[in-house]
Design a protein around this ligand. Sequence first.
Ligand code: 2P0
Length: 357
Amino acid sequence: SGTESWILMATGRTPTNIAVIKYWGKCDEALILPVNDSISVTLDPDHLSATTTVAVSPTFDRDRMWLNGKEIPLSGDRFQSCLREIRKIADDVEDEKKGIRIRKDDWQKLNVHIASYNNFPTAAGLASSAAGLACFVFTLAKLMNVKEGCGKLSSIARQGSGSACRSMYGGFVKWTMGKDACGSDSIAVQLASESHWNDLVIIIAVVSSKQKETSSTTGMRDSVETSPLLQHRAQTVVPGRILQMEEAIRNRDFASFARLTCADSNQFHAVCLDTSPPIFYMNDTSHRHDLLYHKDKPFILNLYLNDNTIESIMAKFQAAYTFDAGPNAVLIAPNRKSAGLLLQRLLFCFRHQQTMN
Ligand code: 2P0
């Protein structure tokens, strides 16, 4: 009846993921189909994750969304595509206690309210869209009693943001580009679970909290249109690297893992430089100094040493580095001991800088 005033909610939490073989370039912009496969590692949900509550009620007159407590427009068609796709596969829901009975077809008429929080600074230039979109799709599917598995959900999250499809699983995940023109096989698959290689330690060094100047979406569009290196990378380089990376992960072979991770980050940034006009995501700081490291409070690290590039420090400390579409460094150490030494060095440099000032 028109006086119905119930509300039904679901909450989920999803971590972000860090690509070790990068996605850069689409062959279909609307469906978000990539030009190559990619591989990532999903972070621990205690760090860099999105928590999303989705609610439906007959009293809601339109779809609305809040991010970190502030209402944001839901105008972007990416959220709308995900909503549309989930509504299509939604199922009946019955909650006798509350007297709620929703039929499959009712979902089309029910508006949703979405409230999402990131447990990390959104402005820090860290990929928040991957966690946000994956969490939204996962939670909405739970609310709407969707029976399909994570593969199908990953293909829906992909239409929200490419990298989001990889956050549908924990551990190591591959996004296979697929062959189907409709994108039905452009999905995420889990290569190894969280427990397979759980001594790896991932350190995120926030170099700059400024919002990046070129969004990933426009950046990759420009690269596809203008970079000859991108075509070479997608067709000739990445397929081999995917196989080698899968093997390195399977064997927990850190030396190969680190070599491939660093090489692929370098090539992704080379493609950005090969784009016309060139895109600079890394800055001098990324390579050299002024590492701003976030824990409870941000603080500045200055690397004053002779071998003061991230790349050389990583080689010394047996760690891998990878940079996404921004200047922040993601450092991966093989174990806690290496990570401890690496952090000690970074902290030493920080103290050094403090006394110098
Ligand atoms: C990745 N990045 O594989 C690569 C590496 C950034 C560098 O996926 O347009 O936000 O929403 O599909 O997923 C960032 O791009 O772009 C990204 P859309 P997305 O993680």
